[in-house]
Ligand binder design. Sequence first.
Ligand SMILES: [Zn+2]
Length: 151
Amino acid sequence: MKLRISGDKLTIASAHMLTRHDKCARLHGHNYQVEVEIEGELDESNMIIDFSIFKSKVGEILVKLDHKILLPQKSEDLNIEMDEKQVIITTCDGRRYRFPKADVELLPLESTTVELLSKYIHDLIKEEYPQFKITIEIAETPTCKVIYSGN
Ligand SMILES: [Zn+2]
């Protein structure tokens, strides 16, 4: 049986840039609408999971990305320098940004495409709930959505 959560509390606003992309190399943002589906057996309470607890747990994962500038730590196209208060980025095409450290979320990714963000968020949820098959859908725009299913 499957259970799906969605809604305003699973919508996050984040900024990012995609190096080597014509338009998306410039810093810009999205309202990412996240939906999460889990598939599993019913427990002794005849539920797959208590969905309010599940929704809270997913919200805890997403809030770390909300109203943040998402930077891919493993990108070979970004030089990332940090001191106590700020993060300084130089891109492969010479753009230079300076952000307050508190505004930035460094992610262990090569890029912050919605595809890699989907897998990243999926894997964090899967760590909490290894017993379920988890599918994540993230709409980056009203007409473009990525769907990722793990095992
Ligand atoms: Zn974008």
